[in-house]
Design a protein around this ligand. Structure first.
Ligand SMILES: NC(=O)C1=CN([C@@H]2O[C@H](COP(=O)(O)OP(=O)(O)OC[C@H]3O[C@@H](n4cnc5c(N)ncnc54)[C@H](OP(=O)(O)O)[C@@H]3O)[C@@H](O)[C@H]2O)C=CC1
Ligand SMILES: [Cu+2]
Length: 469
């Protein structure tokens, strides 16, 4: 964490621009100031064009400020840090902007607000300039605080190659990585990027919601409605804690195993195809890409499970039952015998659960960009793969220990349905068994060869049967 923090503090520029090039920024707002400050730190000279050059408030030290017309004359590149709604003032400056590179950084608050993209609109206002769309994915905040990985990418598009090249150099000197999206007609797409809300979280959130809803109703029927119908008892109060504390661990374990399922599926696919050079189907790619989010959500559910479990001893219902049981024993003058097996069972399932949760947290921490950046690839894949599967193993074991001998007891299967925790063991068990097969020496060896680039050719000849190799 410290290492990557220091890296973000380091002046980001590669090398200073030749003979302290002068850049012009229109607009002295949030983005204008932050960008100007960064450019000055990188070694550029900056002149601001403002409507009110004498009263525009504090600017980064070293920057000059003048009217739009005057400022535009001085520089070859003008960065327009003004909202699109105010672009009409640009027409007055049009004569001074002839032949210049105009950088459009603007974003919209909504998709499809205007018939054309902001950058194309700017180009239509000043046809004699070359408009380049860039920097709209960086934010004033990240420019001041050192951009995170997500903010380090700049999308670029424009019609003139030289203009794009100039902006690309500028972005590179600011320590940003540039992705060229083609001509100015791509500006609309580029402007829509910052409007996407957590795109990589969408699928994991859908899965979490779907699983939660399914298991909630499943357990509601099996526990509350079953008791009501078959035993004429109202235990609906159990929804709040007991039911919640069943749903959360179930969803958590299933989602954790869903993080590791695509990995084994990809390995099986590679073994079956005998090569790593064929693309995975889109759904598998998509799934693999959201594993981190799946895992973090799973961790969130596990955390809830821990909190709810800590709550158990102070619950009214639990205290009532314990007291009633004690009083009953006193009345009947009986002492319940200590059951060593039960002690072993509960202790080991708690212990395994705690160890599993500790590793779970470790996985969560190492998936944070600031931490994973500080790890080498080998270290990262060791934690995420080896420790990840160990976490899955411990959490699955925790659930098996919880079930203990109830798997064989017919009374467990109310209305012929298995309890929720048994259902949730299906996916993790499958993943663990498949993973176990993958680490068998013979399978592991062929997989290792495939991953190093070896390919199984044709139906006959060398190496046709990688499993036997
Ligand atoms: N803030 C951010 O993090 C990001 C902003 N952007 C884009 O950058 C642009 C500027 O954003 P931001 O700096 O936050 O906005 P601000 O509102 O902070 O600043 C806009 C500036 O535009 C100038 N301005 C306002 N009205 C007019 C007008 N009628 N005519 C001429 N100039 C005017 C003003 O400068 P003056 O008074 O000196 O003329 C004002 O300071 C927007 O298009 C935004 O979408 C893009 C990515 C990130
Ligand atoms: Cu548990």
């Amino acid at each position: 964490w410290i290492r990557s923090y220091c890296m973000s503090l380091r002046p980001l520029g590669m090398e200073p621009p030749p003979e302290r090039e002068l850049l012009c920024i229109f607009g002295t707002g949030d983005l204008g100031r932050s960008l100007g400050q960064r450019l000055l730190q990188t070694g550029y000279r900056v002149v601001y064009g403002s409507r009110r050059p004498h009263s525009c408030g504090p600017l980064p030290p070293g920057a000059q400020v003048m009217s739009h017309t005057e400022a535009a004359q001085l520089a070859a590149v003008v960065i327009v840090c003004v909202h699109r709604e105010h672009y009409d003032f640009m027409e007055e400056v049009a004569p001074q902007l002839k032949g210049k590179v105009l950088v459009d950084v603007s974003n919209n608050s909504k998709k499809g607000l205007y018939p054309e993209s902001n950058a194309e609109f700017l180009q239509s206002l000043i046809p004699a300039a070359s408009v380049v769309k860039a920097f709209n994915t960086v934010s004033a905040w990240s420019l001041q605080n050192g951009p995170s990985d997500a903010h380090r990418q700049v999308f670029l598009c424009g019609d003139k190659a030289e203009a794009k090249q100039a902006v690309r150099e500028l972005a590179t000197r600011l320590g940003l990585s540039v992705l060229d999206r083609g001509s100015l007609s791509a500006a609309r797409e580029v402007e829509d990027f910052p409007l996407q809300l957590f795109p990589e979280w969408r699928l994991p959130l859908c899965i979490a919601t779907g699983l939660t809803a399914f298991f909630f109703f499943y357990l509601l029927i099996r526990d509350v409605i079953y008791a009501y119908v078959e035993q004429d008892k109202d235990i609906s109060f159990r929804i709040m804690v007991s039911l919640a504390n069943k749903v959360f661990p179930i969803v958590s374990l299933i989602m954790l195993s869903l993080c590791y399922l695509p990995g084994v599926m990809a390995a099986i696919l590679q073994l079956y195809r005998g090569t790593k050079y064929r693309r995975f189907p889109d759904w598998l790619d998509h799934w693999m890409l959201c594993r981190k989010q799946l895992g973090l959500l799973a961790l969130g559910f596990a955390f809830l499970h821990v909190l709810y479990t800590l709550l158990i001893p102070i619950r009214y219902y639990v205290r009532y039952k314990v007291t009633a049981h004690t009083v009953l024993q006193i009345r009947e003058n009986k002492t319940a015998v200590f059951d060593t097996t039960s002690a072993w069972r509960t202790d080991s399932y708690f212990s395994v659960g705690i160890l599993g949760f500790a590793l779970y947290v470790l996985l969560g921490i190492t998936s944070l960009p600031s931490v994973s950046n500080a790890l080498s690839w080998r270290e990262f894949s060791f934690v995420q793969s080896k420790l990840g599967h160990l976490t899955l193993l411990l959490c699955t074991l925790h659930t098996y220990l919880y079930g203990w001998n109830k798997f064989l007891r017919p009374s467990t299967y109310k209305w012929c349905t298995p309890p929720g925790y048994m259902l949730c063991l299906v996916v993790p068990s499958v993943v663990l068994v498949l993973k176990l097969l993958m680490v068998l020496p013979c399978v592991d060896r062929s997989l290792g060869r495939i991953r190093q680039g070896w390919e199984r050719t044709g139906p006959e000849g060398e190496g046709t049967k990688p499993l036997m190799a």
